[in-house]
Design a protein around this ligand. Structure first.
Ligand SMILES: Nc1ncnc2c1ncn2[C@@H]1O[C@H](COP(=O)(O)OP(=O)(O)OP(=O)(O)O)[C@@H](O)[C@H]1O
Ligand SMILES: [Mg+2]
Length: 369
């Protein structure tokens, strides 16, 4: 896994940025600091403000409140051209009537650069995105993945210090995506480019990013490394949006344990002093038992099994939870070992440190823990 680059200084600082379109508040108090050479993915559902945030960084949209700095210089009111930012747009639309050469060189022609120099740069960039010799082609003569690489070359043409990618892979089929995913990360490392990429695909964000920013309804829910986001989701929204999680209601018993239905659970996460909380656990953290060894195993009945490819997902009814349905993933090997099948009664166990508590007041909980 990639480490967050340290000691490279701050490339971009976004502080308290808000954006309204008329009466609609699209971004609320967004703050983010990006280090030089860092690859940050902004992840969130459709309409949460990802593109708007990127467009504000590029200067294509003016924030309603807040400020931005790049390499220590305030850019809050700078024209897009003065920001030294390369952007690949969500609808990547190359100019259909221009050749690949003209598309890639588009941002260079009005900069007083000699024609030969532009031609050389375009050839270099096409080699970089592994499309050598395509200069004279028109976009229609290229596949979707190839067009996207030309669009990437176009964004890289002015040698920006900051690269903004808005869903560069969303229009592509699964195999091309995986391929281009690797190409983009390799390129980003090779060119030592600070990069912010927007995606609504969690796998993309988790595999590519040094840090992931999860957004919901115009605000940041959590910023963290991919493992932090997955293993320590800060909010129920993050837990639900990234990966799959079971949620059950529980009551804090006051003695450090939680009661969910008839079950008494020990949790490691700080529980609320009192009141109702939501417990979350991932399907892959559930393990199967032959017998209720100890007190922690729950009785359950398998009501359905779904094939996921690399694993299987069982739907379980737990009488102790008042008939609440939960999901548990298991490997083909465990499926054989426990002879798991629909209709079967089993015992399941979830490690105490894998139970997440949401909906408690975190500050008070920390203090009493
Ligand atoms: N120019 C505009 N005028 C009015 N509303 C806008 C404008 N641009 C965006 N919005 C609204 O702002 C919200 C956020 O839009 P944005 O494009 O940033 O979302 P997004 O997270 O990029 O979504 P998607 O994943 O679908 O691309 C949406 O509700 C959208 O309708
Ligand atoms: Mg968008």
């Amino acid at each position: 896994m990639r480490q967050v680059p340290e000691g490279h200084g701050v490339a971009l600082q976004i502080e308290g940025v808000g954006k309204r379109f008329g009466k609609t508040e699209v971004l609320r108090d967004v703050s983010l600091t990006v280090a030089h050479r860092e690859f940050v993915c902004v992840l969130g559902p459709s309409g949460c403000g990802k593109s708007t945030l990127l467009r504000i960084v590029a200067g294509l949209e003016q924030q309603t409140s807040g400020r931005l700095w790049k390499d220590g210089q305030e850019i809050s009111r700078l024209e897009p051209a003065a920001r030294d930012v390369g952007m690949l747009f969500q609808s990547y639309a190359l100019f259909p009537n221009l050749t690949v050469r003209e598309n890639v060189g588009y941002g260079l022609v009005n900069r007083g650069i000699a024609r030969e120099e532009i031609a050389r740069r375009v050839t270099d960039l096409l080699a970089l995105v592994e499309l050598p010799g395509t200069e004279a082609k028109l976009p229609v003569q290229l596949s979707g993945g190839e067009q996207q690489r030309v669009a990437l070359a176009r964004a890289l043409a002015p040698s920006p210090r900051l690269l903004l990618l808005d869903e560069p892979l969303s229009a592509l089929d699964a195999r091309v995506r995986v391929n281009l995913r690797q190409q983009i990360t390799q390129l980003q490392r090779k060119l030592k480019l600070t990069t912010i990429m927007v995606t609504h695909d969690q796998v993309e964000a988790l595999t590519m990013a040094d840090r992931v920013v999860v957004m919901s309804r115009g605000a940041i829910e959590q910023i963290g490394t991919p493992t932090e986001i997955y293993q320590q989701p800060a909010t129920r929204f993050v837990a639900d949006f990234v990966g799959k999680m079971n949620f059950i209601e529980a009551r804090a018993a006051g003695d450090g344990t939680l009661e969910a239905g008839a079950l008494k659970l020990r949790v490691v996460a700080p529980a609320a002093a009192a009141g109702t909380v939501v417990l979350g656990f991932r399907p892959e953290e559930v393990s199967f038992r032959r017998a209720p060894d100890g007190t922690s195993a729950w009785a359950a009945r398998i009501t359905g099994i779904e094939f996921l490819g690399a694993a299987w997902r069982a739907t379980l009814l737990c009488p102790g939870l008042g008939g609440h349905e939960i999901h548990a993933d298991f490997s083909a090997r465990d499926g054989r070992a426990f002879e798991l099948q629909s209709g079967q009664d089993v015992f399941i166990d979830i490690p105490a440190d894998r139970l997440h508590v949401f909906g408690s007041a975190p500050a008070a909980a920390q203090a009493s823990a």
